[in-house]
Design a protein around this ligand. Sequence first.
Ligand SMILES: Cc1cc2nc3c(=O)[nH]c(=O)nc-3n(C[C@H](O)[C@H](O)[C@H](O)COP(=O)(O)OP(=O)(O)OC[C@H]3O[C@@H](n4cnc5c(N)ncnc54)[C@H](O)[C@@H]3O)c2cc1C
Length: 285
Amino acid sequence: MSDKRKKIKQLEVMVADVVENTQETITLILFTGNDLLDYKPGHFLTIDPHQFEALERWTNYLEDKKGKKEKPRAYSLSSAPDEKYLSITVKEERYTQGKTMYPPLLSPILAKRTPKGTRMVITGFTGPYTLIDPVPETLVHICAGSGIVPNYSIMKYALRNYPEMKHRLLYSNRRWEDTIFGNELLQLQKEFPDQVELVFSFTREPKSGLPVTCYNRRVDLNMIQEILPNKNDSIYVCGPGLSVYEKKAAKKEGSKPSPRFLESVLADLEILGVDKKNIKNESYG
Ligand SMILES: Cc1cc2nc3c(=O)[nH]c(=O)nc-3n(C[C@H](O)[C@H](O)[C@H](O)COP(=O)(O)OP(=O)(O)OC[C@H]3O[C@@H](n4cnc5c(N)ncnc54)[C@H](O)[C@@H]3O)c2cc1C
């Protein structure tokens, strides 16, 4: 059996605490008993919706409608391996009438209806979006929305364990109130002023008074250039990308889907002549 297979296991966990990060996002602190938690910052776990009795009718209905089994959903770990508890941070997906094809299945229940004491089975830990070895001198993080989750874990872990490593983060959200780990990131910058540089972009509402550079527009080429003075730095990009459904629908229509955050950042990096081997990306589409 390969090393990777051996590490993936099912664990029964108990929700030890629920922390509200933003109006739409919570962090579930998971108590795992004595199980050895063998994961890397940036790894994700999966949660199978079939285990939740409250979702049974809903899951069956969606499976009938879609003509296929609902798959486990992936959630990056917001905790770091040197922390006592495991945690995931979940943003509630919304159903928009006339726009969203099906109501989202799992995130609403995780984000809004999972009280302390809930037991669930998770499967983990895996994923390629982890810190490279040897660690780079500077890591440039470009994130949007819940795409901050694995990068936050990587940053916390690296700041504690690789004091020579620098982090530059460009992080996009609709507004400050939607910024997951906004205050925690400011605190990291305060604690590690020589290692952390933050740039926020707010697409809906400007925010003044924050001790970091803030833009009031979508992430664009100029912003990326600013955060990336050296195009040989390692770059980690995480956030909403085109889903397989959007790609398939566009292909069927013979059209090109409009790029989402991830595709547009990758296109800008290409324009800037960044070598693909310096980029890691994870799509939450
Ligand atoms: C590696 C990875 C890590 C992730 N980490 C995080 C994280 O840390 N935090 C976080 O909040 N999220 C994370 N995600 C996203 C997460 O896995 C879920 O996709 C998200 O929570 C939505 O799940 P859901 O069950 O609520 O919605 P879903 O039921 O999956 O629906 C989501 C969207 O897909 C559409 N859809 C679903 N099925 C079909 C279909 N058959 N045809 C057409 N459209 C369809 C729905 O209409 C809806 O718009 C991650 C994703 C990946 C891949």
